[in-house]
Design a protein around this ligand. Structure first.
Ligand code: CA
Length: 223
């Protein structure tokens, strides 16, 4: 899995990153919320491990902000010892689970396994009234079924996994077409037009937005 670890204490960050790396995970470490936001533009991640007490604020606020943008990446909060209220707040704030510091590495692994099992069981992505069933390759908007080609579905899934984040054409070419370089075609734009015709045309509220000179973003908000 690709894991973003947001932790400012070098000792803990080092110990967790090393351990998860040995378990075969790819770990990116950010020291604060600003660093996490920068790392998230390079997403998606399969899991966020978020310390609450960061130099530039509460890690939970970052999770809350992501949830508001429709980002459902599982999040495990690291929280100070014996602060029960904080732990409860952690769960209400959109975190999927919490772990009280100090913790044993095995406990962290057990929590991660439980979270990813639950996340895997859901296997749907939701952006506004748009729902993607990843296992069944089924898309609905406001209850209406939308039929897509395999490539159209792959592009929509990529945008939905990164909901609220602007995806450049280059990034989409990498993620959806596996192309490292732009072949100089309008591949992405053609597929976006295709998606718009199916996902947005019959609805008042567009979900696919163009960010001029940058790329595209899927989100349930005006741009
Ligand atoms: Ca801290």
């Amino acid at each position: 899995m690709r894991i973003l670890l947001i932790e400012d204490e070098p000792r803990i960050a080092g110990f967790v990153a090393r351990g998860l790396g040995e378990e075969g995970h790819q770990v990116v470490v950010a020291e604060d919320r600003a660093g996490a936001r920068a790392a998230l533009t390079d997403g998606p991640y399969d899991l966020l491990v978020v310390d609450r007490m960061l130099p530039d604020g509460d890690g939970l606020d970052l999770v809350r902000a992501l949830r508001r943008q429709g980002d459902a990446t599982p999040a495990l909060c690291l929280t100070a010892r014996d602060r029960v209220e904080e732990r409860v707040e952690g769960l209400y704030g959109g975190a999927d689970d919490y772990l009280v510091k100090p913790f044993a590495f095995d406990e962290l692994l057990a929590r991660i396994a439980a979270i990813t099992r639950r996340a895997g069981a859901a296997e749907t992505l939701q952006v506004g009234d748009l729902t993607l069933d990843l296992a069944a390759h089924r898309v609905t908007r406001a209850g209406h079924e939308i039929t897509l080609t395999a490539k159209g579905f792959a592009l929509l899934r990529c945008l939905a996994k990164n909901a609220g984040r602007v995806m450049s054409r280059t990034r989409l070419l990498q993620k959806v077409w596996d192309l490292e370089h732009d072949p100089g075609t309008n591949l992405v734009d053609v597929q976006i037009s295709y998606l718009r015709a199916r996902v947005d045309r019959d609805f008042d509220r567009p979900l696919i937005h163009t960010v001029r000179g940058v790329g595209y973003v899927l989100e349930d908000a005006a741009r």
